[in-house]
Design a binder for this molecule. Structure first.
Ligand code: NAD
Length: 498
């Protein structure tokens, strides 16, 4: 377990550069990195252009041949080294992550850093099993398939768990023999640049590159670049749609990890103590800014009042505050604009008929934190689930509690959303839980737990939550195409042309 030390507030003196072809490339223009806890500018980040993207894709393209032909030994050793460096530097990341996106420092230390290291370790292991197949096509033929890397992968990531998201893209793409250009979110670029700086000498120059900047500029230029062979995107559903539109022109394949609206289905025989803990973790961990967040609680009517009361009482005790304070349980949201957007969605749900049971307040945390973007843990009650809070992704600490009577009805309601990322079922009757789990339309269903994502277990969604799977051995196939070589060992031919 990583210890969480009381940190200093970070300020970076020099602007962060792009990292291209093994070199640090300064930019003419920068943009401000704003700390969500205080609202102050704590770093300046290179504002990339289409020319920077050209240069990075060219560097990645030039490095491809060498990396494509590297041995599995080499790839394993490099990925393992990244994991080792992350683990060895574990003490310095939590303060950076908490400063960058408002993640409570205790969570950054306990979850983000070890998870990122484990992702690199996992793919360092599974890369040794990268193999093709030999097909028994008879004595006259030798037929073999092989997984081929695709080329330059564009990795676009969001701000909410930057280190984990980047690890989920870099590790499998590199393991499969591709080179990568990463475009971090403009709201959380620093950790990605620092990670790639830290591992700059692990890979040959150009194998991993970073261009920072705005989505509509750098992101769009990267997606549109003719030499990008695959786009691996994690972010909002609308952005994903826009990117897919561009990619369709060139028929470039994509992996899309998009938004979610997770339902927790609680059966009348569920263990309420366990459910209460899981609900709190499911919606308030990482400030609720998680694609897998359990933002909708569908409780059997016989338990609705009791569970609602328990969850509200516990939500009111959550310590909201400075992300850098080790006592903080819920930090600020990523920005004022996002916080105000979440609050506006809560207000709209209330106007549509939801009852605000607790939260949705901007807390007074004193003058030092007055510029932060805080929102207290919020619980809405909407027994019949008729408001926008039951179907829209808020991406914040907002839970909507609904009631149900009938199993068919709860399954229909849980499925009646555009998204299909993660759902859950709580019941002490395993047969019942598995029956409901089978009927929920999402890439992941948890039974009597939430957020369980051990490596090896595929992560990803269906419908508006996207396609492709991360975190599993099969993820290597997302970054390869299958090539077959069919060799004839027989020179005789049927007399077709005589
Ligand atoms: P976003 O879509 O705004 O941005 C994601 C990335 O795309 C950023 O790097 C951004 O700069 C870039 N981008 C923005 N516009 C672009 C464009 N026109 N062309 C190319 N790139 C562009 O998402 P966000 O606000 O950073 O993240 C929150 C969203 O991410 C939520 O919807 C959340 O559910 C989703 N998310 C999904 C998963 C998952 O695994 N399914 C994980 C984390 C976050």
């Amino acid at each position: 377990m990583t210890s969480v030390l009381a940190p200093q507030r970070l300020t970076l003196d020099a602007p962060l550069p792009h990292l291209i072809g093994g070199e640090e490339v300064a930019a003419d223009r920068t943009f401000a990195a704003v700390e969500p806890s205080t609202g102050r500018t704590w770093a300046e980040v290179a504002a990339g252009t289409a020319a920077d993207v050209d240069r990075a894709v060219a560097a990645a393209g030039a490095a491809f041949e060498q990396w494509r032909t590297s041995s599995l030994d080499t790839r394993q050793a490099c990925l393992w080294e990244v994991a080792e460096r992350l683990t060895a530097s574990a003490e310095r990341w939590p303060a950076l992550l908490a400063t960058e996106n408002g993640r409570a420092i205790r969570e950054a230390g306990l979850i983000d850093v070890p998870t990122a290291a484990e992702i690199f370790r996992f793919f360092a292991g599974v890369v040794r099993d990268l193999h093709g197949r030999s097909l028994p096509c008879g004595p006259g033929a030798h037929v073999a398939t092989s997984p081929r890397p695709l080329g330059v992968v564009a990795a676009l990531v969001p701000w909410n768990s930057p280190l984990i998201s980047v690890a989920h893209k870099l590790a499998p793409a590199l393991a499969a023999g591709n080179t990568v250009v990463v475009k971090p979110s403009e709201l959380a670029s620093v950790s990605t640049v620092e990670l790639v700086r830290m591992i700059a000498d692990v890979f040959p120059p150009g194998v991993v590159n970073v261009v920072t900047g705005l989505g509509p500029e750098v992101g769009q230029a990267l997606v549109a670049h003719p030499d990008v062979a695959k786009v691996s995107f994690t972010g909002g559903t609308e952005t994903g749609r826009r990117i897919l539109g561009r990619l369709s022109e060139r028929l470039v394949p994509a992996l899309m990890e998009l938004g979610g609206k997770g339902s927790m289905v609680v059966c009348p025989d569920a263990d309420l103590d366990t459910v209460t803990e899981d609900v709190l973790t499911g919606i308030f961990a990482a400030n609720g800014e998680v694609c897998f967040a359990a933002s909708r609680l569908l409780v059997h009517r016989s338990l609705h009042a009791e569970l609602l009361e328990r969850v509200c009482a516990r939500a009111e005790r959550i310590r909201v505050g400075d992300a850098l304070d080790p006592q903080t349980q819920l930090g600020p949201l990523i920005s004022r604009a996002h916080r105000d957007g979440v609050a506006a969605r809560v207000a709209a749900a209330v106007a549509e008929g939801a009852e605000l049971c607790t939260g949705a307040r901007v807390p007074d945390l004193g003058a030092d934190l007055a510029g932060g973007s805080y929102l207290t843990p919020t619980v809405l009650s909407s027994p019949e689930g008729t408001t926008s809070a039951s179907c829209e992704e808020f991406f914040g600490p907002v839970l909507t509690v609904e009631a149900w009577d009938d199993e068919d009805d709860v399954v229909r309601r849980a499925n009646d959303v555009a998204y299909g990322l993660a759902n859950g079922v709580w019941s002490t009757d395993l047969a019942r839980a598995l029956r409901i789990a089978d009927r929920l339309e999402s890439g992941m269903v948890w039974v009597n737990t939430w957020f369980a994502t051990p490596l090896g277990q595929p992560q990803g969604g269906v419908r508006a939550s996207g396609f492709g799977r991360e975190g599993a051995a099969s993820t290597l196939l997302e970054y390869t195409s299958t090539k077959v070589v069919h060799a004839s060992l027989d020179s005789t031919r049927p007399p077709m042309w005589t």
